[in-house]
Design a protein around this ligand. Structure first.
Ligand SMILES: [Zn+2]
Length: 189
């Protein structure tokens, strides 16, 4: 089922999402929600979707980059090297992020909840995330490239942070104007 993706200005996008308990993770309705999130993300042609974006303030997100990420040079799941296609789609619950801020890079980002705005964001290149999968099993994923960036973007959503908050001072005034325009009621004419 395709769900409605809430848009910039909706209060849920600014809430800190709640952790899921072991009992909640086991409930069939959570697996159903994840299925719907994957379908919704694919339909919207996105590469990531966090639960708050479908108005569920839970520590849960999905990412699907397909089988290729040319910007990725390191990918380890539970300490072992893996292929991107092996871990897609990535479903993560209650993530904890460790950033390696020594190296950063700039990449253009967009968001399914902020239609029509793209902007360059500077983020750490390498990250490590511990999280639970849909079976409640704990994992650790270390990666860089687009995947590392998408994970940071989705984890931000779980804290009520949007990528536009992280735009550098050079592009900030333009983005601020674009965001204000999104909040204006659409004129009939
Ligand atoms: Zn987003």
């Amino acid at each position: 089922m395709i769900l409605e993706i809430i848009q910039y200005g909706h209060p849920t996008l600014r809430k800190k999402a709640a952790n899921l308990s072991a009992e909640e993770i086991k409930e069939p309705k959570l697996a159903q929600l994840v299925d719907n999130m994957l379908e919704t993300m694919e339909h919207a042609q996105g590469i990531g979707l966090a639960a708050p974006q479908i108005n569920e303030p839970l520590q849960l997100a999905v990412i699907d980059l397909g089988g290729k990420d040319e910007s990725n040079t390191l990918l380890e799941l539970d300490g072992k090297s893996v292929q991107l296609a092996d871990i897609m789609p990535l479903i993560f619950i209650n993530p904890e992020l460790k950033l390696y801020p020594k190296a950063k890079d700039k990449m253009q980002e967009g968001c399914l909840s902020i239609q029509g705005i793209q902007a360059v964001v500077n983020r750490p290149t390498l990250i490590e995330m511990t999280y639970l999968d849909l079976n409640g099993q704990e994992h650790s994923l270390k990666c860089d490239g687009l995947l590392g960036r998408a994970i940071q973007h989705e984890c931000d959503h779980l804290e009520g942070i949007l990528f536009t908050d992280r735009v550098g001072s050079l592009h900030k005034p333009k983005v601020k104007k674009q965001l204000e325009a999104l909040l204006k009621p659409k004129s009939f004419f």
